[in-house]
Design a protein around this ligand. Structure first.
Ligand code: FES
Length: 130
């Protein structure tokens, strides 16, 4: 038999969902983390990657980072792919980003402002990011 849903549990759930929604709200965001969620990305585990990145950012209180999803980035061989846009740094696409690497990207690139050179698989063409 399932447990009764308490008012406290409902409030916690509401707060949690509000935080998650705030991370997807584009206003006042200076950095972006974009997860490729095409068929190839989802098949490779992009949903887990997306959830891990959201969780890592939330734990760090990084409310100025917009987390969003996009379609296939054309790099099916390297899914899940994650594009990171941080002002003052080159925009890059990381490949083979599982949940653990997603958390590492948050710690080292977004928070620490350091590129994870070995995991970069592409830099978006200037006409795309322009
Ligand atoms: S799903 Fe077709 S290129 Fe990735």
């Amino acid at each position: 038999m399932s447990e009764k849903l308490t008012l406290d549990a409902l409030r916690k759930l509401r707060d949690q969902k509000q935080k998650e929604l705030a991370m997807r709200d584009p206003s006042n965001k200076e950095m972006q983390v974009i997860v490729g969620m095409g068929t190839c990305g989802i098949a490779a585990g992009a949903k887990e990657t997306f959830a891990a990145i959201l969780d890592a950012l939330e734990q760090r209180g990084m409310a100025t980072v917009l987390v969003r999803q996009t379609g296939c980035m054309g790099l099916c061989h390297s899914e899940p792919t994650v594009e990171v846009i941080v002002p003052g740094m080159p925009s890059v696409i990381y490949g083979n980003v599982n949940a653990k690497i997603g958390r590492q990207i948050v710690e080292e690139h977004v928070v620490g402002r350091k590129l994870l050179d070995k995991l970069i698989c592409d830099r978006p063409a200037m006409d795309i990011i322009g």
